[in-house]
Design a protein around this ligand. Sequence first.
Ligand code: NAD
Ligand code: WQD
Length: 348
Amino acid sequence: MKRLKVLVTGGAGYIGAHTTVELQKSGFEVVVVDNLSNSSEDVIDRIEKITGERPRFFKADCADLSAFSKVLEEVGEVDAAIHFAAFKAVGESVREPLMYYRNNLQSLINLLQILTSSAKAAIVFSSSCTVYGQPDKENLPVNENAPLKKAESPYGMTKQMCEDILEDTAKAFKDNLKVISLRYFNPIGAHDSALIGELPRGVPQNLLPFVTQTAIGKREQLNVFGNDYNTPDGSCIRDYIYVCDLAKAHVAAIKRMLYESEMMEGNIEYFNLGTGRGLSVLEVISEFEKATGVKIPYKIAPRREGDVEQVWADPSKANKILGWIAETPLDEVMKSAWLWEQRLASDS
Ligand code: NAD
Ligand code: WQD
C-alpha cells in the first residue's frame, strides 16, 4: 500500500523533530524542509537513529517562494503538511519585529499559496496559547471559545495573524483545503532516547531549560520572576506539556483531516494542547527536584515584563475529538529533560 506523505516545515526544530519521529512510527513518510536557522542537520541523523528511517531532508527557506516551490516540485504531491517553521523568541521579536512578521507570515503564505494550487490540501498549524493573552478568571482553564486578547509581543501577533490568514484562506478554498490549528501551551522535556530535545541559543528564556542548566551547574541560580502574583504561592502558573505527547497530537490531527474529514466542523478547527493542570514556577522547581533528586538553587527576582499571571488549558475538546490525551506522568517528563541536559553536557 502507498504510504501517505507528510511535509514537515521546521522539522529539524524542537517540536518538529519529535513530531517527525511520531509520524514515522505511525507509518507516514516524512519530508522535512528547514533552513536550519535554529537547528542543525545533525537532528536528521538522530531522527534516523531513533526510528531506523531517514526522513527526506531539504535545506530551504519557506519564506523564499521560489526555493520552497522548487522543493515541492521535486517532492511531488504531499498528502498533508505540518507547519512548524517560524521564529519563536518573544524577546527577540520585540527587538526585531519586522524579522518576525516577515518570516512567520511569509512562510505560511507561501505554504498556502503552493498547497492550495493542488486538488486537496491538509495543513496543521503550530499555534500557541499566547493567542489568549491573560484570560479573564472566569475563562480559566481556557477553552477554544475564550476571546483572543491583543498579543503582548510581535511574536504573539504573528500567531494571531497566521490564524486569521488560515481562516480567510480556508473560507476561500472550502472544497480543497482542510486546516487544524493546534494551540500549544508550554512544551517541555525530550525524547527518552536523549537523542533529540530542545536546543536553546544563549541564555534560555524558557523556564525548563533554565532549570536544567542550573541543575547541571551551567547557571549559578534560577531567577523566579515574581512571587507576588495573585496565585496560591505567588508565582506564575502555566500548563507544561510533554513534547512527545504534543507530537502525538499532530498525528491525530493529520488522521482527522485525512480519514475523518466529514466529521470536521467546517474546514478549519482549533484545539488546545495542554495537560489541563496548572503548575506554578515554584511547583515546577519542586517537581523537578523530586523527580531527579537534584536541588535547584533559586532566588525570587522581580516580575518579568509582559508575563501573563496564569493560564492553563481546558484540553477536553482535543481529548474528545482527537482522541488524544497528555498521558505522560510529570516525573517522567522532568527526568527526560534532565537526561537531555546531561546528554548535551557530555557531548560538549
Ligand atoms: P524551533 O526553533 O526549535 O523549530 C523551528 C524550526 O523552524 C527550526 O528548525 C528553524 O530552523 C526552522 N525555521 C524557522 N524559520 C524557517 C523558515 N523560514 N524556513 C524553514 N525553516 C525555518 O521551535 P519549536 O519550539 O520547535 O517551535 C515550532 C513551532 O511551534 C513554531 O511555530 C513555534 O512558534 C510554535 N510554538 C512553540 C512553542 C514553544 O514553547 N516551543 C509554543 C507554542 C508554539
Ligand atoms: C514560564 C514561567 C516565567 C524563566 C513563552 C512564550 C509563549 C510560548 C511558550 C510559544 C513564567 C517563569 C521563566 C526563568 C522564571 N511560546 N520563568 N524564570 O512565558 O509561558 O511562554 O513560551 O508560543 O508564547 O511567551 O514560558 O518558559 O518563558 O516561562 O521564573 O528564568 O516561568 O516568568 O511565569 P511563557 P516561559
